[in-house]
Design a protein around this ligand. Structure first.
Ligand SMILES: *[C@@H]1O[C@H](CO)[C@@H](O)[C@H](O)[C@H]1NC(C)=O
Ligand SMILES: *[C@@H]1O[C@H](CO)[C@@H](O)[C@H](O)[C@H]1NC(C)=O
Length: 397
C-alpha cells in the first residue's frame, strides 16, 4: 500500500513538473526596458541619445523577448545606431512618444542616418513619431551653399524579420525610411509627411531586399513615395496613398555597370493625388546588366497625376555621363491593370524604352485615363506588348 502511494505520488510529481515546464515556455517572459530608467527625459530638451543607446544594449543582450519602452513625451536624440548581433531575437520598440532631432541640421547632417538598425533579427517598431526637423536643411539646400546631404530618418540594413507598425515620420532631412539588404520585412500602417517641395525626402526606399511588404501606408512627401532600387525581389505593396510626391518608382537603374535586377513586384490598390508620376520605371541611358522582370501594377486611382504611367530608359539629365549611350537594362513582363483617373498632361501613357533592348511583354488592361482639356494620348518607343479590354487613351502597343 505504502509503495503504491509513493509511486502514485512520484508520478503525480513528474506530471506536475512537466506541466510547469510547459506553462513556463508558453508564457515566455518578456523583460521591459523603459528608457526613463536609463536616464532619458521626455522634456524635449535633454539629450537622450546615450540613454536610448544603453536601453538598446540591455534589450539586445537579453536572452528572452525584450521590450524597449518609450513613454509619452518628446525625446531629443542625436544619431543612434541600434546594432546587432543581439542575444534576443525578439525585440519590440514600443513608442508612445515622439523622438525629436536636434534643431540645428548640422548635428545630423553629416551622418548617413539618424536612427539606424544594422544586423538585427526579429525587431518590431510599434507606434511612435519621428520628427527629424528637416526644414532648416531644406532651406540651406534651397540657398545652395555647401549643405550636407542630410541623414535618413530610419534605416534598416542587413537585417531580417522586421516589422514597422503605426509609425509616423515627419520632415526627414533626406529619405524617411530605408530598407537595404533585408529579408522578411512588413511595413504596416505607416504615415510619412513632408512638404511637396522638400528636396530628396523619399518615403520608403527598398533595395537589395527580398520579401518586403508595405501595406496601409499614407505617404505625402517631396520625392518618390516608394523608390524601388536594384536587387529588390518579392515586393508587395498594397493600399498605399501617395501625394504630394513623385510616385512609385522602380529606379533609377543602370547607375552601375554591374547591378542586381528587380523582380516580382506587385503594387495593388494605390491612390495617387497630384503626384509627378504614378507608376514609373526609370533607368539611365547607360550600359548595365540590370533588369526588371515581373511587375504588376493593379487597381489604381490617379488624380491629376502628371505622368500616370511611364517607362523612361533614356534618363540623362543635363546630357552628362551618358551622351550617345543607351540603357542596358532589360525590362520585361510588366502588367498595368484597372488603372483609372486623370492625367495632368496630355501624354497619360509613355513608354520610352532602350533602343538596344526594347521593353517586352508589356500589358495594358482596363485603363481609363483622361485629360481634362484635351484627348489623352499614349506614346511608344521600342516597346513590345499588347492591350486588352478597354484601354483609354488608345494604346500605342
Ligand atoms: C489594412 O487596413 C485594412 C482596413 O483597416 C485592414 O482590413 C487590413 O487588415 C489591413 N491590412 C493589413 C495587411 O494589415
Ligand atoms: C512573388 O512575391 C510574392 C510576395 O510579394 C510571393 O508571395 C510569391 O511567391 C513570389 N513569386 C515567386 C514566383 O517567387
Amino acid at each position: 500500500m505504502e509503495r503504491l502511494f509513493s509511486s502514485l505520488f512520484s508520478s503525480l510529481f513528474i506530471i506536475l513538473f512537466i506541466l510547469s515546464i510547459n506553462l513556463a515556455s508558453s508564457y515566455a517572459t518578456t523583460t521591459t526596458y523603459n528608457v526613463l530608467s536609463f536616464g532619458a527625459k521626455g522634456n524635449g530638451v535633454t539629450d537622450s541619445t546615450q540613454a536610448f543607446a544603453k536601453a538598446w544594449a540591455a534589450a539586445c543582450a537579453s536572452t528572452e523577448s525584450a521590450t524597449l519602452y518609450v513613454p509619452k513625451g518628446r525625446y531629443l536624440l542625436g544619431s543612434v545606431a541600434f546594432n546587432g548581433d543581439c542575444k534576443s531575437s525578439d525585440i519590440t520598440f514600443r513608442i508612445d512618444g515622439t523622438l525629436v532631432a536636434p534643431a540645428d541640421y548640422r548635428v545630423l547632417g553629416q551622418a548617413d542616418n539618424w536612427l539606424s538598425f544594422e544586423g538585427v533579427s526579429g525587431v518590431s517598431i510599434i507606434g511612435g513619431a519621428l520628427d527629424a526637423k528637416g526644414s532648416s536643411l531644406w532651406a540651406c539646400k534651397a540657398s545652395g551653399t555647401n549643405c550636407p546631404d542630410g541623414a535618413t530618418t530610419l534605416s534598416f540594413t542587413n537585417s531580417n524579420n522586421i516589422r514597422i507598425n503605426g509609425l509616423l515620420s515627419l520632415n526627414s532631412q533626406m529619405f524617411h525610411i530605408v530598407i537595404n539588404g533585408c529579408k522578411d520585412v512588413h511595413v504596416e500602417g505607416v504615415t510619412v509627411i513632408a512638404p511637396g517641395n522638400s528636396p530628396n525626402t523619399d518615403g520608403i526606399h527598398v533595395q537589395l531586399s527580398m520579401n518586403v511588404k508595405i501595406t496601409n501606408c499614407t505617404i505625402k512627401t517631396g520625392d518618390d513615395c516608394i523608390p524601388i532600387g536594384p536587387g529588390t525581389k518579392n515586393l508587395w505593396i498594397e493600399r498605399v496613398t501617395c501625394g504630394p510626391g513623385h510616385g512609385i518608382s522602380i529606379g533609377s537603374l543602370a547607375k552601375d555597370l554591374v547591378e542586381e535586377g528587380v523582380q516580382n513586384v506587385t503594387v495593388f490598390k494605390t491612390v495617387f493625388t497630384g503626384t509627378t508620376n504614378g507608376f514609373r520605371i526609370k533607368s539611365w541611358a547607360r550600359p548595365s546588366n540590370g533588369f526588371v522582370q515581373g511587375v504588376r501594377f493593379i487597381d489604381a486611382v490617379m488624380r491629376n497625376v502628371q505622368f500616370p504611367i511611364v517607362i523612361d530608359q533614356n534618363y540623362c539629365p543635363h546630357n552628362l555621363n551618358c551622351p550617345g549611350q543607351v540603357s542596358g537594362v532589360k525590362i520585361s513582363d510588366v502588367i498595368y491593370q484597372d488603372i483609372r483617373g486623370t492625367s495632368a498632361t496630355p501624354i497619360a501613357i509613355k513608354f520610352d524604352c532602350s533602343p538596344k533592348y526594347p521593353c517586352q511583354g508589356i500589358r495594358l488592361q482596363n485603363i481609363n485615363l483622361r485629360h481634362l482639356k484635351q484627348e489623352a494620348q499614349s506614346s511608344c518607343n521600342n516597346v513590345i506588348g499588347k492591350a486588352l479590354g478597354l484601354v483609354q487613351p488608345n494604346s500605342c502597343l
